[in-house]
Design a protein around this ligand. Structure first.
Ligand SMILES: NC(=O)c1ccc[n+]([C@@H]2O[C@H](COP(=O)([O-])OP(=O)(O)OC[C@H]3O[C@@H](n4cnc5c(N)ncnc54)[C@H](OP(=O)(O)O)[C@@H]3O)[C@@H](O)[C@H]2O)c1
Length: 275
């Protein structure tokens, strides 16, 4: 029986992952910001912590509290997060600070707090929920893409640091999943900042609003993949979820390959030479 620590189990992907882990017979310690979260047949295998990850020090305190519940954590899922969308020039420092606190620093602090324990037990799984936006960014998502690219970067570096151990890190990048992510509950008006009058950002904003609650991705299916991933002996360092994510990243890779080839001579020309 594994012990999971999952941030943001009140709704969406985090909720689905908690349900799937409980259905697999595991123990779940989950965070909510307020109130409770409904889970059927969880019994005493579910333990909820009330945490607002935007508050300084909250992530580290939550990880310590989680560890004290059963004395161990086998799987940590840094899931809680939200998006800030809009033209970069419209975003405020306050919006950027809260976004990075929740989407980036909280996960880093949780990993840093739990790693000594995972090293001591000789095993662990760290699953960081990123986004396709962090790998193949589009208009209107500069701040969110920056935050999720940061998580992709620290996950890959941490995976390299843990090479040769049974502690594995996977950055999981979902495409568009049918949760509250684009809804008013997660992305209220004050986060949908002004657009660039008919330009690429305005178009991207409008298409994001249109796909709200019609996204292709099924959170329950994502959760069963994630539970299987946590059971794998050799999980991948990166995992995409959803056909839309796969197509976007493949297109991005083709564009990058073409650019690298077109500019290869200039790239190579900067090395110290013999002349
Ligand atoms: N759905 C998608 O299309 C999609 C695509 C790519 C990546 N993702 C990523 O997937 C993860 C889950 O998102 P979702 O789609 O499940 O969205 P969601 O339905 O809006 O759920 C977001 C979860 O994060 C929690 N949360 C937000 N701010 C928090 C804070 N300050 N402190 C603690 N918890 C906080 C929410 O808690 P409350 O209920 O208290 O607000 C909620 O449990 C996020 O990291 C998101 O960036 C989602």
């Amino acid at each position: 029986m594994k012990v999971w620590f999952i941030t943001g189990v009140s709704r969406g992907l985090g909720n689905a992952i908690a349900v799937a882990a409980l259905a697999a017979g595991d123990q779940v310690i989950g965070t909510v910001r307020k109130g409770s979260a409904a889970f059927e047949n969880a019994g005493d295998r579910l333990h909820l912590l009330t945490v607002d990850l935007a508050k300084p020090g909250a992530a580290e305190a939550a990880a310590r509290q989680a560890l004290s519940v059963h004395g161990k954590i086998d799987v940590v899922v840094n899931n809680a997060g939200f998006g800030v969308i809009g033209a970069l020039d419209d975003l405020t420092d306050d919006q950027l600070e809260v976004l990075f606190e929740v989407d980036v620093f909280a996960g880093i602090q949780i990993c840093r707090t739990l790693l000594p324990h995972m090293r001591a037990q000789g095993a662990g799984r760290i699953l960081n929920i990123t986004s396709v936006a962090g790998r193949a960014p589009g208009a209107a998502t500069a701040a969110y893409a920056a935050a999720k690219a940061a998580v992709e970067g620290f996950s890959a570096a941490l995976a390299a640091e843990l090479d040769g151990t049974d502690i594995h890190v996977t950055a999981i990048a979902p495409g568009q999943f049918r949760t509250d992510f684009l809804d008013n509950a997660t992305m209220p008006e004050d986060r949908q900042v002004g657009a660039d009058q008919g330009g690429a950002t305005a178009k991207a904003l409008s298409s994001l609003r249109q796909i709200n609650q019609r996204q292709l991705g099924d959170p329950t299916r994502a959760a069963s993949v994630i539970v299987r991933l946590a059971q794998a002996a050799n999980p991948p360092t990166h995992l995409l979820l959803g056909t839309d994510a796969l197509n976007r990243v493949l297109q991005q890779r083709d564009r990058m390959d073409a650019e690298m080839k077109a500019w290869e001579a200039q790239t190579r020309s900067t090395d110290f030479g013999e002349d």
